[in-house]
Design a binder for this molecule. Structure first.
Ligand code: BGC
Length: 422
């Protein structure tokens, strides 16, 4: 356990950070997602009403959601060029850590061809983080892959894992000298299910069998990546970021609700983590959802409060989740993502405040929690929903020169960090 601060439960060296992903902020990319966006933007705009008009804020988002442009990541928020300015903002917000992804499609745009300038970009990027005393948390895969890899069948084929591990080998030779924390995969549970079961993400398959294959291949991918990274640098701390939900029975003590709850907790939260438990130094936990289940797997959440995307919000649900995660794995935990779509900034401060209380409570119960990364530093491209959902501590005005505007909740968060660390 880290040394404790005398007045607070937070360890002295707690990481306060924000999280991003290359595809959602960088701009100027060519990968399987950018390709898919251009092919589907029109259709997504046309079906927006059908998918989203139930939202209380539909009138506010309508124009954007029905505009094909909304579904194209395009220039992103130009983080690729403005990253120093963004790091300065992170610093002003009293953060001391930053999670980001390196984009495989930039580094290996064609099979076996390494782009020296892209590698240099990320080397400088890491140096600039270090220069500002922002601890780099390097994330290798956040759902995007080069088009050539997708065309070979991506992670559906176990023989393709070798392409990814060759990339990891390159990363281990070029990019980890100044890095202590690496996350190999972001939310394999979400990407395997959205890409292969529910069909929301490319390649939009809806097959249980393909889902299982991909999910299992991602287990193997992580194990091999872990080995490569640790061989190169044994002191490196390596893990994944898993989307974990606080899953509860809607009617406690009802047999079916409890059964569904146990089942969902096992398959959604623990199955993958158990498969890799010998190949992880910490657990990265992404928390957005508390879900209540009834009967044979029906989700029945309270109707309020909800965020801009209609997601039920229960920030304090992270407390029982932290306890369960700790009890199962007894590994250091980082909250690698946590946040909400809240363009008007009405709920964000409340959400963060509740989360801080919940984290403190968990730490006081012995959970070895070492960091919190808010999702996200900047408003960014929210995958199949595009630009209208706004998750940033910092608003980005894409129509007005990509201007960065710090939200009031972020200022409050910065002051709070300052007080906690004081
Ligand atoms: C993902 C992010 C995404 C966020 C909000 C997480 O599941 O890792 O990429 O933007 O949730 O939906």
């Amino acid at each position: 356990m880290n040394e404790q601060h005398p007045d607070r439960n937070f360890p002295k060296h707690f990481f306060w950070g924000a999280s991003t992903a290359a595809h959602q902020v960088e701009g100027g990319l060519y990968n399987q997602w950018t390709k898919w966006e251009l092919e589907h933007a029109k259709e997504l705009a046309q079906t927006a009403h059908q998918r989203l008009s139930w939202l209380p804020n539909w009138n506010e988002i309508k124009d954007q959601a029905e505009e094909p442009e909304n579904y194209v990541s395009g220039k992103g928020v130009d983080h690729f060029n403005r990253y120093k300015e963004d790091f300065d903002i992170a610093k002003q917000l009293n953060l001391n850590a930053f999670r980001f992804t390196i984009e495989w499609s930039r580094i290996e745009p064609q099979e076996g061809v390494w782009d020296a300038a892209a590698l240099q970009h990320y080397k400088t990027y890491i140096k600039e983080l270090r220069a500002r005393k922002l601890e780099p948390f390097l994330n290798i895969w956040h759902w995007t892959v080069p088009v050539w890899f997708a065309e070979k069948g991506g992670f559906e084929k176990s023989e393709n894992i070798a392409y990814f591990t060759r990339f990891v080998q390159k990363v281990s030779e070029e990019l980890i000298d100044e890095v202590e924390y690496v996350i190999t995969l972001n939310e394999p549970n979400v990407e395997a299910s959205f890409g292969y079961l529910t069909g929301l993400h490319p390649p939009t398959h809806t097959s249980v069998w393909q889902f299982m294959k991909v999910y299992w291949n991602l287990v193997k991918t992580h194990r091999q990546a872990y080995k490569i990274l640790k061989t190169k640098k044994p002191s490196l701390q390596v893990g994944i970021a898993m989307q974990l939900a606080n899953i509860q029975a809607k009617r406690p003590h009802k047999y079916l609700d409890e059964l569904t709850t146990q089942w969902m907790r096992y398959f959604w939260n623990w199955w993958f983590l158990r498969r890799i438990r010998k190949s992880q130094d910490f657990i990265g936990l992404n928390y957005y959802f508390s879900d209540y289940f009834t009967g044979l797997g029906k989700r029945a959440n309270p109707k309020v409060p909800i965020n801009d995307m209609g997601w039920y919000m229960e920030p304090e649900g992270i407390y029982p989740l932290l306890l369960r995660t700790w009890a199962r794995f007894k590994k250091p935990i980082f909250i690698t993502e946590n946040g909400l779509a809240d363009s008007q900034d009405v709920h964000r401060r409340w959400w963060i405040e509740e989360t801080i209380v919940a984290m403190e409570r968990a730490i006081s119960e012995g959970v070895d929690l070492r960091g919190y990364f808010h999702w996200s530093l900047l408003d960014n491209f929210e995958w199949q929903d595009g630009w209208w959902p706004q998750f940033g501590l910092v608003h980005v005005d894409r129509k007005n020169g990509m201007k960065r505007v710090v939200r009031p909740s972020a200022k409050w968060f910065a002051d709070t960090i300052d007080k906690i660390q004081d």
